[in-house]
Design a protein around this ligand. Sequence first.
Ligand code: BDP
Length: 743
Amino acid sequence: MRPFVLSPRGRRLSFSLAACCALLGATPAAPAPERRAAEVEDGYDLWLRYRPIADAVRLAEYRAAFASIFVETTSPTLDAARAELERGLTRLLARSVTTTGSVMSDGAVVLGTPATSKVVASLRLAGLKQAGDEGFVIRTTAVGGRRATVIAANHDIGVLYGAFYLLRQLQTLRPASNLAIVSAPKIKLRMLDHWDNLDRSVERGYAGKSLWDWTHLPDSLPDRYRDYARANASLGINGAAITNVNANARVLTPEYLKKVAALAGVFRPYGVKVFLTARFSAPIEIGGLKTADPLDSTVRVWWKTKADEIYRYVPDFGGFLVKANSEGQPGPQDYKRTHADGANMLADAVAPHGGIVMWRAFVYSNEVPTDRVKQAYDEFKPLDGKFRENVYVQVKNGPLDFQPREPFSPLFGAMPKTPVMMEFQITKEYLGQDTHLVYLAPLFREVLNADTYAAGKGSTVAKVIDGSLYKQARTGIAGVSNIGDDRNWTGSQFNQANWYAFGRLAWDHTLSPSAIADEWIRMTFTNDAAAVAKIRGMMLTSREAVVNYMTPLGLAHIMATGHHYGPGPWVSNAGRPDWSPTYYHRADTIGIGFDRTATGSNAVEQYFPPVRARYASRATTPDSLLLWFHRVRWDEKLKSGRTLWDELAAHYSAGVDSVRSMRRTWDSVKGSIDADRFADVQNFLRIQEREAMWWRDAAITYFQSFSRRLIPANLEQPAHDLAFYRSLRCPPNRDKPRCEQIY
Ligand code: BDP
């Protein structure tokens, strides 16, 4: 919670060194001369690897269907689509696939919009209406007696999305020779939020330094920027806020705007708009004004002029993302104005250019007046209807802070007159960061499926954010990025799946975690059906595993303070009470848990009545959220018939067991995965098992000091006493070795 910057670290280096030494110890394998650079499996290619298709039947089918590309006009986006198809089809089909603009041969992939392609126009595709601004139609058809696959859209960007869709069909070995597809995104704004600083450190970044090399911009534009945009476009991500929410005003100066413009230029053909974070006090810091009061006319003029200037550099600039009056950031309340006053001022500045403001609802007071999880709702709900139409309120999925499990934020459904957009965190700040394998789609799914009951049964969070519940046209979803300059982009091979899953769900929130995992595994690792099934199973259990070994039964925020990596349930002096784990779990000799019912903080009152009633009653609160809403005695019996203490111990233990089983599963796919990435994952799973044990034993010995009960004899007993776990230090500077040897 407290803004905290991790410095770039060289831990990856130590792993590659370890891997290299292990290799040296074994019989040295001569490098295969035929191993071309394009086939190196270091994770750089993400899910866009396009390795030759091994399945002979499918290969024959695809070769007949996709022999060439036909496109009548050019534009930067159509060129991107064409280039991606050339690259993808050539590699997948292991034969050259080229483009023509005049003669169409049998097996052509036709690209275009009705406005730019005579062929597309002549087909009068009914699905185009449904495809809307960004969607596409893919249709197998005959054109002039020749077999063709048409990728059509109303705008070029839809054609690019369709090209990626077609490639995915091939990469996952799905039928592709009789296609009739219409696809359109359910949410309009699909954003990655990068918490990247101008010195290239990344707040809560675990994948190296920031991708944005400010020193060498705007002239140096390495391919990596384009590859970043390609990966986003392959998922339909159409916006990137490229700077940290704990913002630095300097990015708004001409020196930096030039650099921003260069990045925007690379991203533009791929449909990724650039957004910046606006530091509320910028008029003082870089504008020389005495105030940043949003109702002061000089301040308003300053922002308008600034917005005009930004749009001169970046004509399609998306707008501002703002964290204000939160964790020490400046904001309108510094001048006794409301969040709406602040947001509206910025909204007025960008409105003439079609820009928007995403105003974050992640706020809580410095005075700790009430239960922290109640504060965002208390501040924002009364402002519903007071925002300009181009203001979106961006709400974290839960009311606290990206925990392994939280209930959904009560703000979803509570602001019918405001576009409320979702903020998920892809970077796993509280879920094992780079090393722990945790697939987040089940977490995203759980939140999206949650029923707010805002307008009766079936008012899911998904319907709030896709605008269907309140008939809103402005809709958005953001994911806090896990991307850095590590060769594999995300700090671990499996963290790529979370970028992927976020993007896929942003396009279509009805997709299942299992289906998304299936695609991702096939594109990223292998199409071997047995291996796919095993890896998918592993991914699908991973989220519950981390909940169990970190924060089971509705516990939250018992991570060590600051870096949030290891366990720290004993921390009680973290600067302010609501940064301290003891504030959240409230364990004593009688029991544990936070009473959020009417006898406690009454946070349940913020939910709509059926949800409120469900969580207010101990009997109807699911075990998974029990201690979030209730204080429970150690000896109370839960649904299983076990006491709370025994149940807690069983969950911690199950978490470790799941990780062990994940390790076994991974070991069993050896041979189906290239050796380099196989070893990468294996190494990290070893760390995860050790750290899951650390979490289990640290938490359980600590809670035992209150419960004074024995750990059930059938469970593994901790290797050390509480004093040992409390004495461990986990250096926040990841350049140093990680937390000391635990076992
Ligand atoms: C917390 C992080 C902190 C961020 C903050 C935010 O610990 O680094 O600045 O969220 O979202 O989760 O603003």
